[in-house]
Design a protein around this ligand. Structure first.
Ligand code: SAM
Ligand code: SF4
Ligand code: SF4
Length: 330
């Protein structure tokens, strides 16, 4: 199944909950008006599972669980167990802010989770309080990473870089994780949603991130990647260790975007920057057959022509209504 730019569908991201225990400045800043979904609007895990099985029939091989904060959703671990049993799924991953990870790492691994991306933007307690959460400690996230490593989950560390907020820590983050086997991915601050006061001046582009690492005497070389990963990969010279950059602003990758997203209330989005999606909940909760739902998804994907990042320069980002990141999942 291909979209209008011949892109297959191979990844499915499920936002299992829109709520979160953090208030990251770049996602749902403290004080912004937040209207979370009532619990009965969230799809149940049985409903998600039915959808997953249908998406697998259409070519999906990788599942990522995200949110909001996915570890806040009760029943996540048995759901991962069920996902593991679905024939055709090759990869099950989770994106988390890490604060509950030390509590759940062992159970997640046991249930069948393969990889975890932990969001960590700073090594400074002071910046963490300002950027991520006043109520939790940075050390809880670091403990979460340790716990995940202990049970052999493959770990990537996601750092959203915001100019004037945490960009001075690019090098210290690279140094801290070099030698641990965990890949740091520097993410350009994106204009997702309408609440994070995005503007281009707050973005540190890929070339600047690379320059700072180079100037810190950490030479690296580019790694060819055919896996469809959105990150540009780099390997430290003389080492097998890597870091990555997700440059959705300065060096876009829409041409290889093979991802569909399902929001916590069952809407299907074909782009992170979409403003509407097909609501699958009435079909799942009504009398639609699997064939009916498959036909709907197929139709949406076949007509997909999203390439927001490539068109960004022509758009006034603040003037269009977009879905918030905690709702659609990163
Ligand atoms: N709460 C979990 C977490 O933070 O890892 C999962 C959901 S979060 C929306 C998924 C990812 O999106 C995180 O790695 C987060 O850093 C990233 N993200 C959120 N807002 C972003 C933005 N404006 N620009 C770039 N990345 C963003
Ligand atoms: Fe929560 Fe993740 Fe958004 Fe931060 S980025 S507010 S942890 S959903
Ligand atoms: Fe995919 Fe949309 Fe991002 Fe382009 S802008 S890479 S189509 S999610």
């Amino acid at each position: 199944m291909k979209d209008m730019f011949q892109r297959p569908l191979s990844d499915l991201r499920i936002s299992v909950i829109d709520r979160c225990n953090f208030r990251c400045m770049y996602c749902m800043p403290e004080g912004s008006c937040l209207d979370f979904l009532p619990t009965d609007k969230l799809l149940s895990f049985d409903e998600f599972l039915r959808l997953v099985k249908l998406f697998v029939l259409l070519g999906v091989k990788k599942i990522r669980l995200t949110g909001g904060e996915p570890l806040l959703r009760t029943g996540l671990i048995p759901f991962i167990h069920q996902l593991r049993e679905v024939e055709g799924i090759e990869d099950i991953a989770l994106t988390t802010n890490g604060v509950l990870l030390s509590k759940y790492a062992e159970d997640l691994k046991e249930a069948g989770l393969m990889r975890v991306n932990v969001s960590l933007d700073t090594l400074s307690e002071e910046v963490f309080k300002k950027l991520n959460s006043k109520y939790f400690e940075l050390s809880d996230v670091l403990k979460g990473i340790e716990a995940a490593a202990k049970v052999d989950l493959k770990i990537k560390v996601n750092m959203v870089v915001m100019k004037g907020v945490n960009d001075k820590e690019i090098v210290s983050m690279a140094r801290y994780f070099k030698g641990t086997g965990h890949t740091v991915r520097f993410i350009e601050f994106m204009d997702v949603g309408n609440k994070n006061n995005w503007n281009l001046n707050k973005v540190v582009p890929k070339v600047d991130i690379l320059r700072r690492i180079q100037e810190a005497d950490m030479p690296f070389e580019s790694v060819e990647d055919y896996s469809g990963d959105v990150a540009k990969r780099f390997r430290y010279v003389g080492s097998t260790e890597e870091f990555g950059i997700i440059s959705s602003i300065s060096d876009t990758f829409c041409g290889s975007c093979t991802r569909a997203r399902i929001s916590s209330d069952g809407k299907l989005y074909t782009c992170l920057f979409a403003n509407n999606g097909l609501n699958l909940a009435p079909f799942i909760r009504g009398k639609a057959s699997d064939e009916d739902i498959l036909a709907k998804i197929q139709d949406i994907w076949n007509h997909r022509n999203d390439r927001y990042s490539e068109e960004r320069a022509l758009i006034n980002s603040s003037e269009i209504q977009k879905i918030e990141m905690n709702y659609i999942g990163g």
